[in-house]
Design a protein around this ligand. Structure first.
Ligand code: ATP
Ligand code: MG
Length: 568
């Protein structure tokens, strides 16, 4: 692939490095999740970026579990991460790594820092350390333990490792500069005591390295060339470089920061997603309303749509809020190409064709895709009693209503024209119970037998043949655009209508036994996916992936695309 494809500021930096032979022209990236939660669409941006760059420049991309904090990490999360990265379409080959595999080496690096007088054991309490740190406008104060001898530091650090001390009594700190204007450089903690077993190393360790220390060294050990991370690590770059320079490591990667993805009407923070799961606001990590890859997969989002979305938003240096409509637009575009068309009636209303023979069943030939004849046809049974959509009939229609109403004719999709004859109401509630129509036997297949204009077209299923189904309609999880900005109150802004369950839907019989995860367009309604957890072959449960049109779009406007603006 060419070097100038899909250029952005990160690729420009990399191309410059290739030109100047920094890293001998090599490109090695990594995606470094911490296995303390499921991956979300923000992670997808980072995955697409890191794996995409590696592929573009003939390099490699490692998948590394950044598992240096035993509390909250688990094998369950590792397994979920592997599944999600694979599903998104990326292959790490044999390059799966774990920061926890480097614990011995990291410990040796810490010893080296102590021996060179660049790290010390500090015995201030966590609170005191905070107070000594100073503020953005005031320098910090040096710890009274800062000038311990190398011997004393080695002894104490050794004993920290041996488990002699309680949590919070001692930490190992880098000896840098308590007056640095960059707070990150004010003698950061590099090891703390944590008497928590680790899901991989068990009870082998009771001291664990801090992220800033472990991350740069893991990158260096793996000979990563470009360590791409989000903007909040910009200040940490100085520390990243300080560790690697001070330790005189053989290989020193370049850290590059980009703006994280923020997506409207949802939240992309693991901590808050965990809260939604733990408080039971959603059914779990794979609840189809969640912005997690597991949730999107279950809902039916195709992975290629997510990749397309990540490409369109691009990478930039300033944060913004990308409109969820853009993601849904990408999903629709992909599904429109290959999702087979079927008919399903979400809220059924009985319709009786008075002049259709009682016992007769006809087979109506329906194309599986209007623009792709190679997807073939299927035969859908048609009989005297049908179900149509409740809102495809209106007793006193508003202007521009072009569906069924008293005195009107409509076309049944792919089948006959029908004419309104009457209705039956529930005497008590006044609710319309069934509609009576007559059909025109000569009106089948308007395409081959000459167009007969009708007012509208509605979809249907045959009551005697259709398959009962449950349909789950999803809407945005939050009812304000930026719940992430609301701090800990974000749960107050959950959209109470984010899930609507319709339990008496009816779908055409071809959907009997539809494989879990398969996706369809229900004509005139939207795209739906067979829920892999809740469906049975006799009673599928369909998740609505997206409606056919964006009901949230404000007129035909533009949507925020991240870097670019595009008309949709
Ligand atoms: P959170 O902030 O939600 O807790 P995290 O950044 O701590 O997530 P990690 O597992 O450390 O989660 O993330 C792995 C990688 O994914 C990191 O390199 C991180 O920069 C990147 N990443 C996380 N969230 C986003 C996002 N919203 N947009 C782009 N990249 C992201
Ligand atoms: Mg992180």
């Amino acid at each position: 692939m060419g070097l100038s494809e899909g250029s952005d500021f990160i690729r420009e930096i990399i191309e410059e490095h290739i030109r100047t032979n920094r890293f001998q022209g090599r490109v090695a990236t990594r995606f470094p999740p911490e296995p303390n939660g499921y991956l979300h669409i923000g992670h997808a941006k980072s995955i697409c970026l890191n794996f995409g760059i590696a592929a573009q420049y003939g390099g490699t991309c490692n998948l590394r579990m950044d598992d240096t904090d035993p509390s909250g990490e688990s094998q369950e999360y590792v397994d979920a991460i592997l599944q999600d990265v694979k599903w998104l379409g990326f292959d790490w080959g044999d390059r799966l790594y774990f920061a926890s595999d480097y614990y011995d080496q990291l410990y040796e690096y810490a010893i080296q820092l102590i021996k060179e007088g660049k790290a010390y054991v500090c015995s201030l309490s966590p609170d005191e350390i905070r107070q000594y740190r100073g503020t953005l406008t005031e320098p910090g104060r040096e710890s009274p333990y800062r000038n311990r001898s190398v011997e004393e530091n080695l002894d104490l650090f050794e004993r920290m490792r041996a488990g002699e001390f309680e949590e919070g009594t001692h930490v190992l700190r880098a000896k840098i500069d308590m007056a640095s204007p960059n707070m990150v450089m004010r003698d950061p903690v590099i090891y703390r005591i944590k008497k928590v077993p680790h899901y991989r190393t068990g009870n082998q360790w009771c001291i664990y390295p801090m992220y800033d220390f472990a991350h740069c060294l893991s990158d260096s050990i793996e000979k990563i060339t470009h360590s791409i991370c989000t903007l909040e690590f910009e200040n940490n770059r100085a520390l990243y470089d300080w560790f690697l320079d001070t330790l005189r490591v053989e290989h020193h990667p370049q850290q590059i920061e980009f703006a994280r993805l923020n997506l409207s009407y949802t939240i992309l923070s693991k901590r808050r997603l965990i809260e939604l799961v733990e408080r039971g606001v959603v059914e779990g990590w794979d609840d189809p309303r969640m912005p997690t890859l597991a949730g999107m997969r279950r809902r039916g989002y195709p992975p290629e749509a997510i990749r397309d979305f990540c490409e369109r938003i691009g990478v930039a240096k300033t944060e913004n809020l990308v409109d969820l409509s853009l993601l849904e637009h990408c999903v629709r575009e992909v599904l429109n190409q290959w999702a087979p068309r079927v008919m399903g009636v979400l809220r059924p209303l009985r319709l009786i064709i008075d002049n259709f023979p009682e016992e007769k069943t006809e087979e109506i030939v329906c194309p599986n895709h209007p623009k792709n004849p190679s997807m073939g046809i299927r035969k859908v049974p048609f009989s005297k009693v049908l179900y149509i959509e409740e809102d495809d009939f209106c007793e006193s229609p508003p202007p521009k209503y072009n569906r069924l109403a008293p005195g009107r004719e409509v076309r049944l999709r792919y089948a006959y024209k029908i004419k309104y004859e009457g209705l039956v109401k529930d005497p008590k509630s006044g609710k319309v119970m069934e509609i009576h129509c007559s059909y025109d036997p000569e009106s089948l297949r308007p395409s081959s037998s000459g167009i007969r204009r009708t007012e509208g077209v509605i979809h249907w299923v045959s009551a005697a043949h259709s398959l009962p189904a449950e349909v789950r309609l999803y809407d945005r999880l939050f009812n304000i655009p930026n719940p992430g900005a609301k701090g800990d109150d974000f749960i107050e802004y959950i959209n109470p209508k984010s899930l609507e369950i319709l339990s008496s839907s009816q779908v055409e019989p071809s959907l009997r036994g539809a494989p879990p995860g398969s996706r369809y367009q229900f004509e005139r309604i939207g795209y739906f996916c067979v829920d892999p957890k809740l469906s049975s072959s006799e009673r599928p449960v369909f998740n609505r992936i997206v409606p056919l049109r964006d009901s949230w779009a404000k007129l035909a406007g533009t949507i925020n695309q991240g870097n670019k603006q595009e008309k949709v």
